[in-house]
Design a protein around this ligand. Structure first.
Ligand SMILES: [Zn+2]
Length: 205
């Protein structure tokens, strides 16, 4: 239990009860914001740059469904936008599932005695080299395509024989996510990706 007070760097409110978000660098807290100001900043960042993170993706879905504290027209419009951008990735995620997952990644992951597997070599993409990682746990498989400045994670059932894959996480604009998925689909199609056991692949929180 902490009795420490948390003051929002933006609105200066005591957000100890409201909830807060902290940025940490080198194990030190560099900035504390209340959850409302944090949401404002993330939505504003999306409006300015199109950048979507997993938290924003979830938040946008809640607002689109009528939940959330901020019910302004602007917040709702941005949420529907974000929701639409994520939905727009669905077709490509399905393609990824068909070509990459059902095209051999699933078999490799299931045959491996390790939870973590990854592509032996990085894949070239418009956004730099992409590390392709797969992690299986409790019947689920998560695949992350990790570039230096953006990443996308999809999730499916480990033993699925029908289409089950969906978007699970994002730190990218929709265009960046598309570029990552497409680059890996293309490399896989050209036979350039060989999966390998990788005990370094862990579930990140
Ligand atoms: Zn605040």
């Amino acid at each position: 239990m902490t009795t420490e007070q948390h003051i929002c760097a933006v609105c200066q409110r005591d957000c100890t009860d409201l909830g807060w978000v902290q940025r940490i660098a080198d194990d030190k807290v560099t900035r504390t914001t209340c959850t409302e100001c944090d949401a404002d900043e993330r939505f504003r960042r999306y409006a300015d740059t199109g950048y979507i993170d997993t938290w924003l993706m979830t938040q946008a879905m809640l607002v689109a469904e009528g939940y959330g504290r901020n019910k302004s027209a602007e917040r709702r419009k941005l949420s529907l936008d974000i929701h639409g951008a994520c939905d727009g990735l669905r077709e490509l995620v399905n393609r990824f599932e068909l070509v990459v997952w059902f095209g051999g990644m699933q078999k490799f992951a299931r045959d491996s005695k390790y939870k973590g597997t990854s592509a032996a070599k990085p894949v070239a993409s418009p956004w730099g080299e992409v590390k392709v990682m797969c992690y299986t746990m409790c019947g689920r498989a998560m695949i992350t395509l990790d570039a230096p400045s953006c990443d996308v994670t999809v999730i499916t059932e480990e033993d699925a024989s029908e289409s089950r894959m969906g978007l699970n996480g994002l730190h990218a604009t929709a265009a960046e996510a598309r570029g990552l998925l497409q680059a890996v689909i293309d490399a896989w199609t050209r036979g350039e990706i060989a999966m390998a056991d990788d005990t370094g692949v862990q579930l990140a929180c």
